[in-house]
Design a protein around this ligand. Structure first.
Ligand SMILES: O=C(O)CCC(=O)C(=O)O
Ligand SMILES: [Fe+2]
Length: 312
């Protein structure tokens, strides 16, 4: 485990020790992914509640009734991308407070803070719902989640993104498990179509309730779902905060959400410590003053605290 990651303002070391996470962190650094077993991740009740909520949302959007042992279809739901055997639900953070609690899960907070050097920001919280069929063609949809640089390379000396899925149903190869290329995060570029043929692609099999966590450079996709019934997950994708998030989040955060989640962690995860996107009056610094990291404050050439509550 690297010791040069300076995690300020978040008691990462305490959580690593309390939950014995060092082994999992080492695996992500070494192999590119890890599987954290259900008993460490969350109670069975939490998994069931999240699953039930996601099914409820999917039923509302599709107009279908979902049963775990039956295939389904997208019905009235049009969000892209979708295939004949998959759709994705987005912006779950705004659907129910259960997803706020999931974002504040100690493991999610700790691992993302660790890998993104305490500058993690939620990029998307979504759910992939799959049923029997082929989703990603021959290449299994192999990709890395990290945004590539202009020359197509991914960072090798730091981490820009990390991702995780809470498996809400069992992940087996035949049930369309996540497909990964171990160690590929070290290659530090997006895979090409050819890489699929040359690589050792393996399924990540894990019982429902497990958390699969991976390095944003890891090449991954999913195996086709060969069995009847649904494969459902909850994805929590994190970026370094200087990178544009996939979902529009900061603008949608309500006071009720902040009241339910007081403190800096939630505010940072939803990007309130971001002053970019300003108008002719220049940046509004309250978010940085209230929630920014020490490191962030130091980047300004002026004292940010002088600009508290500037009239607009
Ligand atoms: O489970 C899948 O279909 C792949 C998901 C994926 O690529 C992701 O969550 O980043
Ligand atoms: Fe991905």
């Amino acid at each position: 485990m690297k010791v040069n990651q300076s995690i300020e303002n978040y008691g990462c070391d305490t959580v690593i020790e309390k939950l014995n996470l060092a082994k999992y962190i080492n695996e992500v650094e070494d192999i590119g992914f890890t599987v954290i077993p259900p008993e460490i991740v969350a109670s069975e009740n939490t998994r069931k509640e999240i699953l039930a909520k996601i099914i409820e949302i999917a039923e509302k959007k599709t107009g279908n009734t979902l049963k775990l042992d039956q295939n389904t279809n997208s019905g009235n739901y049009k969000a892209i991308p979708q295939t004949d055997s998959q759709f994705v639900l987005y912006q779950l953070l705004f659907e129910d407070a259960i997803f706020e609690r999931w974002l504040m899960n100690e493991i999610i907070l700790c691992l993302s803070s660790y890998f993104l050097n305490n500058q993690a920001q939620l990029s998307t919280m979504s759910s992939f719902i799959k049923w029997k069929g082929v989703n990603y063609k021959d290449s299994l949809g192999l990709h890395a989640d990290t945004q590539p640089s202009p020359n197509g390379k991914l960072p090798s000396e730091w981490v820009d993104a990390c991702n995780s899925v809470l498996c809400l149903t069992d992940y087996t190869k035949d049930d369309g498990a996540l497909a990964v290329v171990p160690y590929s995060h070290k290659i530090a570029r997006q895979p090409s179509a050819d890489d699929y043929k040359k690589s050792n692609v393996i399924p990540v099999e894990a019982p429902a309730g497990s958390l699969i966590f991976w390095h944003g450079n890891l090449w991954h996709g999913a195996f086709p779902k060969l069995t009847d019934g649904l494969r459902i997950n909850l994805t929590t994708f994190m970026n370094h905060r200087r990178i544009k998030t996939q979902e529009c989040i900061k603008e949608k955060v309500t006071q009720e959400m902040l009241d339910r989640n007081p403190g800096k962690h939630f505010a940072r995860m939803v990007g309130l410590n971001d002053s970019n996107g300003f108008d002719q009056n220049g940046p509004v610094l309250d978010g940085i003053i209230n929630y920014g990291t020490e490191d962030q404050m130091k980047r300004f050439t002026f004292n940010v605290k002088d600009y508290k509550k500037r009239n607009r």
